[in-house]
Design a protein around this ligand. Structure first.
Ligand code: 5GP
Ligand code: ZN
Length: 115
């Protein structure tokens, strides 16, 4: 069920515009509005899961989101050069949207993890 106040549920429903990269039966991938790399795409499960913990309880959904992330990398032509899949959880990670999403980052040499 979509969460009525969830930004990404509204994007999936088409109520808020987004730049689609690809979609599957269970996932939707679109460009991040504030890209942090040459390629920065968000992959979301179509069903509302608040965070990684909730998504981990649905292994098939989790696998679908990862598989779509890999498919995005291939479609964007960064699968050979390398890319990063990121799932931010909680305040210290700077998570801001409460609908689980995987960031696909690449298209350039990425900085190291951490601060
Ligand atoms: P988080 O920090 O929660 O892991 O990532 C949320 C991401 O969503 C951020 O990278 C942010 O730029 C992106 N974002 C926030 N609002 C919108 C929006 O309305 N449209 C799109 N395409 N991305 C958004
Ligand atoms: Zn949602």
């Amino acid at each position: 069920m979509p969460a009525s106040d969830c930004l990404f549920c509204k994007i999936i429903a088409g109520e808020i515009p987004s730049t689609k990269v690809l979609e599957t039966d269970t996932t939707y991938a679109f460009r991040d509005i504030n890209p942090q790399a040459a390629v920065h795409v968000l992959v979301v499960p179509r069903t509302h899961h608040e965070d990684a913990e909730a998504l981990a309880k649905e292994p098939q959904q989790l696998a679908d989101v990862i598989a779509t992330g890999v498919q995005v990398a291939r479609q964007e032509g960064i699968d050979q050069s390398g890319f990063r899949l990121v799932l931010n959880t909680g305040d210290d990670a700077g998570r801001t949207v409460f609908h689980a999403h995987v960031h696909v980052l690449g298209g350039e040499q990425l900085g190291l993890f951490g601060r």
